[in-house]
Design a protein around this ligand. Structure first.
Ligand code: ADP
Ligand code: ASP
Ligand code: MG
Length: 412
């Protein structure tokens, strides 16, 4: 009998009726002969609600306490899930992260999974129970509760599937991974098969359907993931190794990320060591920096801009203000009204003219580009937030709806 991890996202457990539907899906899998392990997110909106409460007290709440607070969202959901299954006549046991245990490092709010104990889960399954595990949570070696970053229940599910040698299904509120967010682009198409590489880029660039770190984990440990709807039985999207994806599209999908802020250090002396001082301080505070732009220097001075996640922005600004004083920069400016629009595709490696076409689409819509960054399989442009959705729609129309040449790989 195959073990199967079924992960339900916030919307899929958003109220009691939805929890009941999710529970019935688990029962159906049980009847099909699987041994199910459920991973649940908090009920829709709960994590945001808790974070907002903490921020009303302190805009930068202590991260240990924040983890203590937000982890309760998942604890509520798993208990309700287990009560539902028991009421339907199926033995189920809810477990918090520490009860599994999902052991992590000590970096609160974005902890990394270090070790997973599976004995308790295996014993429960052996005894005929359905374990319902709280997503998003972990525990440090000294018993502190941690969380795995926003969207972290995806990572809990993938990591558990790996540890148990189970299949992994992610149930969400869309039918799979689309060529763009279907809420922004109604004509977006479901992608039947996508490589880890492309999915990782998409996730890192704002397609919140899967958490980026969960894909990193899946890629490293070869966990195949099926993303599908919790509202119907349709086949969703399979996330698999690149060799299995025959069609290498230059542009597979368009993404939009509105979760970043730009910080500019104005009039920095242009001498060696300045970038090091700024980014070392940010790195020491565990802040992930994304795009970095340094302007051409004028009379020995230059401007340096970079983007960080909006949640890290106040902390990053505070840190950079301190460094700015030490290095005699003129001022530090923060801009929250920015968006990053990107095109992603593994076929980009061997196609040309893609960047020019992207810039043309933005130009024809009167959208100014503030920064550009590229990798082998993506091009991102930083633009004003108010143009974000327009840019996604126009790029989708130019690259996906109008078709593109398909390059057939040699892989068998
Ligand atoms: P869950 O609560 O199930 O984890 P999320 O809200 O985290 O669900 O992710 C699902 C959402 O991701 C969808 O409702 C959709 O709006 C958004 N999304 C963004 N980009 C994409 C994409 N390319 N394909 C599918 N969904 C996307
Ligand atoms: N509840 C957490 C969040 O909203 C984790 C998750 O849903 O995956 O980020
Ligand atoms: Mg999610």
């Amino acid at each position: 009998m195959r073990l199967l991890v079924l992960k339900f996202g916030g919307t899929s457990v958003g109220n009691l009726e939805r929890i009941s539907n999710a529970a019935k899906r688990v029962i159906q899998k049980l009847k099909e002969g699987y041994k199910p392990v459920v991973v649940s997110s908090a009920m829709a909106g709960e994590t945001d609600r808790l974070i907002k409460l903490a921020k009303e007290i302190d805009p930068m709440p202590p991260e240990r306490e924040l983890d203590m607070l937000v982890s309760t969202g998942e604890q509520q959901a798993i208990a309700l899930f287990a009560i539902t299954l028991q009421k339907l006549g199926y033995p189920a046991v809810s477990l918090c992260g520490w009860q599994v245990p999902v052991v992590t490092d000590k970096v609160h709010t974005k902890a990394k999974v270090k070790k997973i104990g599976v004995q308790r889960l295996k014993n429960l399954i052996e005894e005929g129970y359905i374990p319902i595990v709280a997503g998003f949570q972990g525990v440090t070696e000294d018993w502190e509760i941690t969380t795995l970053g926003r969207g972290g229940s995806d990572l809990s599910a993938v990591a558990l599937a790996y540890a148990l040698g189970a299949d992994c299904e992610i149930y969400t509120d869309v039918e799979g991974v689309f060529t763009a967010d279907p809420r922004i682009v109604p004509t977006a198409k479901k992608i039947p098969l996508i490589s880890y590489e492309e999915m990782l880029e998409m996730a890192s660039l704002g397609a919140k359907v899967m958490q980026a770190r969960s894909i990193e984990f899946a890629m490293k440990y070869n966990v195949r993931i099926h993303v599908r709807s919790s509202f119907n039985d349709n086949e969703g999207t399979w996330i698999v190794p690149e060799e299995e994806v025959m069609e290498k599209m230059a542009v597979r999908a368009i993404t939009l990320d509105r979760n970043e802020s730009r910080i500019t250090v104005v009039r920095v002396p242009d001498r060696p060591g300045i970038a090091y001082q700024i980014f070392k301080a940010l790195g020491d505070a565990h802040i992930v920096v994304d795009m970095i732009v340094q302007n051409v220097s004028h009379q020995g001075y230059t401007d340096m801009s970079f983007t960080v996640n909006k949640t890290d922005a106040p902390k990053a600004e505070e840190i950079v203000r301190k460094v700015a004083k030490e290095i005699n920069a003129q001022e530090v400016v923060r801009d929250d009204k920015i968006a990053k629009v990107s095109i992603v595709g593994i076929g980009m490696k061997s196609s040309y003219g893609t960047a020019a076409k992207m810039f043309e689409v933005l130009y024809k819509n009167g959208i100014n580009i503030m920064a550009i960054s590229t990798s082998e399989i993506k091009i991102s442009c930083l633009i004003e937030d108010k143009y974000g959705e327009l840019a996604v729609r126009e790029l989708h129309s130019a690259f996906i709806e109008e078709g593109q040449e398909v390059e057939v790989s040699n892989a068998s």
